[in-house]
Design a protein. Structure first.
Length: 753
């Protein structure tokens, strides 16, 4: 509406309580670009001139006459005054679309000034005669769009007149009910009566119809194209009427053109392009001030801006396409309106979500410029079935297969979509705990309540369901070490996980360990155990090791050890399992050294000598054996019968390990002196040969004193002949026989005769 309507000044009577507004994340920021200066402390009023760049501003006192009242043209983008008009004490004002006439009517409706574009008064007066009538007490002036016909009330707002400013004459008049507001289009005049009625006239003042509203009306406004009439009053929703359909009321959804619950509309303005509607809304029908609210006129959706938080405002206006928005004395830029959200939807990617998923939600917003934007904040989300899906810390958690409605509220938009919770994802690979060759159960964790299968070479050997916590236990036959198991989880809808491969580990110690005989001659220890096992040999504090071959044979190199040495042998398989240890004693496989034997003579009754301590000494004579045990020092004594010289005696020693020494062969030596020779010859001083008998083969020696004077050997029969030199009478000859064993007979004394 181009003129300023008189606000009901009842603020001193009614206390206005402003309802709190919630902060809207995502609201548009409309920056301040200028400010209209005022010389009055009370208020000022304005509307956009037809060029939509400049304002006609009334700067006046609201209650008193003042010579400081100003009517001026102000450049919106700068807030600067372009032109002033010489008028005072005015209250009503307007201008035609071509900006060739500017009207100011005094506060007491007595005088009306009309100026041309140069600021010159082309009309001044307090009454207009017409036919037999005189019209005065002017009010509510408004030009019919694109004409110079000024429509106003006269005579205490009981008559409606049309005044041709060019001709300065009245072109129509008619009686009307009491009025509180007026709106004009090119074809119609709408007059509100301060109650729930709006009377419709054509631009010739002819009555057409009366609109009966369901609210008491505060404000009326035609769209610039004249096709819609908008009413606001003591309801929290505006009413729209289709002019072309005989002012039929348009059935609006409950969310369109809606202010805060219980609030009312005190004033509205619609931009010339028909895109936006701005309004003052308050919690009281009689309030002189209120809060700013803005709508997308095509959709009826509220446009949330930073201006929504301004309170106790008394005037607002908007230029074409929302370029400038005025709230009291501040001019804001509407350049960001092109980035407002005009439509929101729940993206299709949320229409199917995976069971168990935790999804960050956002809306898809369509902006006024046709682009789209992802909206993440300022959204209120809800689900219709929290058993299927619920919201947690801003995420949508899908906990059960099924469907539910996902609902979102954002900046006045309410949207919802039906979402399916599906399960097309295979369960994650099961976690499998270690399985050994002693276990009859496979355990681990998998998707809760999934079915767990354990397979060997593709064949199922065990199956069980995981618990609600995902833990599972599957009974299986005990498997051999190295066996490969595959564990698979299948969920309730048949999705099968990737198999977890696990190899049965060896927890069984090597089952056998043989150790071949270890003797005091051994340089290595041999035996059999589990193939590949490491055999360890403990000798005192030293450990020798070797690895068994593929057949389980092993050889551990050792130094020559004493018989009786204790060895500890154990085998550790490739899995680290250790067999039971075996204790081995080094066996005595070394024969005793050949016994030493004291000479055995044909007089000997005890065979003696030295040998390995404790060994058994055996003396063999012919077929007979004589045995005795060596003492701790190795001395032995074996009783035998006296043997003839020349008899073979075999002496052996056998130790406690049954090792038999190399035999010691002894010949019984002759220790028996021959019998004294028998002299047959009578030895004279002339005798040169001594004869006689002695032990066969013995050597006969004839001596004189210590001098041997002759020797000879007895024959096999013992006869001997010893040649000597003739000896003097009475020479004493000594004759002895010496056997092969050097045994010497008794001396036979012979005196030479």
């Amino acid at each position: 509406m181009k003129k300023m309507m008189l606000n009901l000044i009842l603020a001193s009577v009614f206390l206005v309580v402003w309802a709190p507004k919630a902060f809207a994340v995502g609201e548009l920021q409309l920056p301040t670009i200028s400010q209209i200066s005022t010389e009055q402390y009370d208020r000022f009023n304005y509307f956009f001139l037809n060029d939509q760049e400049n304002l006609l501003v009334a700067d006046y006192y609201d209650y008193y006459y003042s010579d400081k009242d100003k009517l001026k043209i102000v450049k919106a983008s700068q807030g600067t005054t372009l032109q002033s008009f010489d008028t005072e004490n005015f209250y009503y004002f307007t201008a035609n679309d071509s900006n060739t006439y500017f009207v100011a009517i005094s506060r007491n409706s007595v005088n009306m000034d009309i100026f041309n574009s140069f600021g010159e008064k082309v009309f001044y007066g307090n009454e207009i005669p017409f036919k037999d009538e005189v019209f005065s007490d002017f009010g509510h002036p408004e030009f019919i769009p694109n004409t110079n016909i000024l429509v106003m009330t006269t005579n205490g707002s009981t008559k409606l007149v049309g005044f041709d400013v060019d001709k300065q004459q009245i072109v129509f008049y008619r009686n009307i009910p009491q009025m509180s507001g007026m709106a004009l289009s090119s074809n119609y005049i709408a007059i509100s009566g301060g109650d729930n009625t709006v009377n419709i006239y054509d631009t010739n003042g002819e009555y057409i119809d009366t609109i009966l509203s369901d609210m008491n009306i505060n404000t009326v406004k035609f769209t610039a194209d004249g096709k819609k009439l908008v009413l606001g009053g003591d309801a929290d929703q505006l009413s729209l009427y289709d002019v072309d359909q005989a002012f039929t009321k348009i059935d609006l959804p409950s969310t369109q053109f809606k202010t805060y619950p219980g609030w009312v509309f005190n004033y509205i303005d619609i931009d010339k392009s028909g895109k936006y509607l701005v309004a003052i809304t308050s919690g009281n029908y009689y309030s002189s001030g209120g809060s700013f609210i803005m709508f997308d006129f095509k959709t009826g959706q509220q446009i949330y801006t930073n201006l929504d938080y301004l309170n106790d405002i008394k005037k607002t206006a908007i230029s074409s396409d929302g370029k400038y928005i005025l709230v009291d004395g501040n001019v804001y830029s509407g350049k960001n309106l092109i980035k407002r959200v005009t439509q929101v939807s729940i993206p299709s990617k949320y229409l199917e979500i995976q069971l168990g998923s935790k999804t960050d939600l956002s809306l898809l917003g369509v902006l006024a410029d046709g682009t789209t934007s992802e909206i993440k904040t300022g959204i209120t989300w809800a689900t219709s079935d929290f058993n299927v899906a619920y919201l947690l810390s801003g995420k949508l958690v899908a906990q059960k297969i099924g469907s539910f409605d996902l609902k979102a509220k954002y900046l006045g938009f309410d949207v919802k979509s039906t979402v399916q919770v599906i399960d097309t994802l295979a369960p994650v690979k099961p976690v499998v705990n270690q399985v050994s060759d002693k276990d009859n159960m496979v355990t681990g964790q998998a998707e809760p309540e999934s079915t767990i299968e354990v397979k060997v070479s593709g064949s199922v050997i065990g199956t069980e369901a995981a618990g609600q916590d995902g833990n599972y236990k599957v009974t299986i036959p005990v498997q051999t070490a190295g066996m490969v198991l595959e564990v698979i989880a299948t969920d309730a809808v048949g999705n099968e996980s990737e198999g977890t491969i696990v190899q049965v580990i060896d927890k069984t110690a090597p089952s056998f360990l043989t150790v071949d005989v270890v003797s005091d001659k051994s340089k290595e220890i041999t035996g059999k155990t589990e193939p590949g096992a490491t055999v360890s040999l403990l000798i005192g504090t030293k450990i020798n090791t070797a690895e068994a071959d593929t057949n389980g044979n092993y050889k551990v190199v050792i130094p020559i050890l004493k018989a009786g040495t204790k060895l500890i042998v154990a085998a550790k398989d490739t899995a680290g399992n250790v067999s039971a240890a075996k204790s081995i004693t080094v066996l005595d496989k070394t024969a005793p050294v050949t016994p030493t034997v004291i000479t055995i003579s044909d007089q000997t009754k005890l065979v003696t000598g030295k040998v390995e301590a404790g060994s058994i000494v055996t003396v063999t004579i012919g077929t007979k054996r004589y045995v005795a045990k060596a003492d701790t020092k190795g001395n032995y004594k074996v009783t035998i019968p006296v043997q003839k010289a020349g008899i073979k005696v075999i002496v052996t020693a056998k130790d406690t390990a049954e090792n038999v020494s190399v035999a010691k062969s002894m010949t019984v030596i002759d220790k028996t002196a021959p019998l004294a020779p028998k002299i047959k010859t009578t030895v004279k001083s002339t005798t040169k040969e001594v004869t006689g008998t002695a032990e066969a083969y013995s050597t006969i020696t004839v001596k004189v004193g210590s001098k041997v004077i002759g020797t000879a050997k007895a024959d096999s029969k013992g006869n001997f002949k010893v040649k000597i030199k003739a000896q003097k009478r009475k020479t004493v000859l000594s004759v002895i026989a010496t056997d092969k064993a050097k045994n010497v007979s008794k001396v036979v004394i012979v005196r030479v005769k």
